[in-house]
Design a protein around this ligand. Structure first.
Ligand code: ADP
Ligand code: GLC
Length: 492
């Protein structure tokens, strides 16, 4: 395949800034594409507290971002994505990105949040022009980059960037980037895009909708999610639009950065382990129990969670049954997460009510995430919806058996344990209810105690699965070529 020039634009990129899996995916996909010979560059905001930013170099010339009736000036910094030679560019702009939060403006005002990501969407184009690098494809990730395809189809149509193809990846359709219509004027986009088959939604300005109408091609992060987003249940109000664009839409399953997530080399674990040399797993469990103040008991099944604490993840179901679970079953639970205050409070209270058996750490901690995934026996993801999910794949690599609801990417990555045939990699349930979760944890618990050899085989099947980026990177290459052909065709 001939090398392609690809600009990745994302609000978060690991390790510099991470809220969730989006950051992991942009970093790992970029590395995988670069390893296949492509010229990949990344553009993201320079937030106040980036991890690993030391050593970044400022570029001499300012970045001039052309918005509606005015220009905004940013400063560009350059650094390499760790473990690769992929250049990552950071846009500094104090008013927009001077804070440390990815999805709230430093001012705390919602409309300002809209402005910062209009700025990012527009900056992607001005960055290419001003660094004299015209890519073949701009790969946009989620609503914060939603306007890039809209600019390319309108204000840029007759300019040098107008022929660049766009691929828009939906990591999560729930968040639209929905703002007051005055953002249209701020953006400098023509009034003609503000219509129901554009970025207008109930009289307001919807960045995701604009991106989905205007992108050359659209991907979702798993094949199952590509089907779900076209249904009323999974479409978050955009299902008709996605059905309309279904011939330009394809699901590409996320992979895992196996350099970062490997129990044989993971510095967060007390001892390395593998499917062939499993002893270190027990050391990880003991370290995890100690980190969460749990009783150090190798014999008790330990269920863990590492997650954003939001409605999507279904962890209210766990909070709702945890007392009953701990009364009825000899198990331990450890939760690492941050998010909605009522869930944080619920896990705090459970920790206080069940010392030594329920542990929680409310916060974001990458190192503890590795230990929590590695040290558990089972990993819980009772998600209401899950576009792909990385946690369950990390868990399987670490010999931690996933307990998941059958939705989205969880269906594509975890196969249901079948006791008769001895196949499958996890405990899977259908309905997002407390009862279903309760009985599925019971199933996992019974398997652990009553059929330890079968439980161990489940662990080993997970560890021997293939989760690398290679296959998915190859699929993205094909999507980029498909997008370029379509874009070229539009100009013939
Ligand atoms: P989502 O992107 O919807 O949050 P994923 O499963 O795709 O779900 O990715 C979540 C990523 O974020 C994983 O890498 C997980 O380890 C990480 N993560 C989530 N919460 C925390 C936390 N509190 N501390 C550290 N890492 C976290
Ligand atoms: C989103 C989704 C998650 C997915 C991640 C990376 O945050 O919620 O399912 O794995 O993006 O694509």
């Amino acid at each position: 395949m001939e090398p392609q020039r690809i600009l990745m634009v994302s609000p978060e990129v690991a390790p510099f800034k991470k809220v969730g899996g989006l950051a992991d995916v942009v970093a790992a996909l970029s590395k995988a594409l670069a390893a296949r010979g492509h010229d990949v560059r990344i553009l993201m905001p320079r937030y106040a507290d980036l991890t690993g930013f030391v050593g970044a170099q400022p570029l001499d010339a300012p970045l001039i971002v052309r918005l509606g009736g005015h220009e905004a000036y940013g400063r560009l910094w350059q650094h390499c994505l760790p473990g690769s030679e992929v250049p990552c560019y950071f846009i500094e702009h104090n008013q927009y990105f001077g804070g440390s939060s990815v999805y709230t403006a430093p001012s705390g005002i919602d409309q300002d949040n809209g402005k910062r990501f209009v700025f990012l969407s527009r900056a992607a184009i001005d960055f290419c022009e001003q660094t004299d690098w015209i890519p073949d494809v701009i790969h946009c990730h989620d609503w914060p980059c939603g306007l890039t395809p809209v600019y390319l189809n309108t204000t840029e149509a007759e300019r040098p960037m107008g022929r660049v193809a766009t691929v828009f990846t939906i990591h999560n359709l729930e968040h639209h980037g929905w703002f007051h219509r005055s953002l249209l004027q701020f953006s400098g986009l023509p009034d003609t895009v503000f219509r129901s088959d554009g970025l207008e939604s109930m009289g307001e300005f919807n960045m995701l909708k604009g991106g989905l109408y205007h992108a050359t091609k659209i991907t979702t992060v798993s094949p199952r999610y590509a089907a779900e987003v076209q249904t009323a249940d999974g479409g978050h109000g955009l299902n008709s639009l996605l059905r309309f664009r279904s011939s330009d839409l394809i699901g590409v399953l996320n992979g895992v950065d196996t350099e970062e997530w490997d129990p044989q080399t993971d510095p967060s674990l007390p001892q390395p382990y593998s499917a062939e040399n499993f002893a270190g797993k027990a050391a990880a469990k003991a370290a995890l129990q100690s980190a969460y103040g749990l009783e150090i008991r190798p014999d008790v099944p330990l269920f863990t969670v590492v997650s954003r604490l939001v409605n999507q993840k279904g962890l209210d179901l766990l909070a709702g049954i945890a007392d009953r679970l701990l009364a009825d079953m000899e198990i331990q639970i450890a939760v690492l997460g941050t998010g909605e205050p009522h869930l944080e409070a619920a896990f705090h209270q459970l920790t206080a009510r069940h010392p030594g058996r329920f542990g929680s750490y409310i916060g974001f901690d990458n190192e503890l995430a590795h230990l929590t995934i590695g040290g558990g026996d089972c990993f819980l993801m009772p998600s209401r919806f899950e576009p792909c999910g990385l946690g369950q794949m990390y868990a399987m690599i670490y010999g931690t058996v996933p307990v998941v609801r059958a939705t989205g990417g969880l269906i594509d990555t975890v196969s249901k344990y079948n006791e008769v045939t001895g196949s499958g990699t996890g405990f899977v349930f259908e309905h997002p209810t407390q009862e279903a979760l309760y009985y599925t944890i019971g199933w996992a618990c019974a398997t652990y105690y009553d059929r330890p050899a079968a439980f161990h085989q489940l662990q080993l099947r997970g560890m021997r699965g293939h989760y690398t980026w290679d296959g998915s990177a190859e699929k993205y290459e094909a999507v980029y070529s498909w997008a370029r052909q379509a874009r070229d065709g539009a100009f013939d």
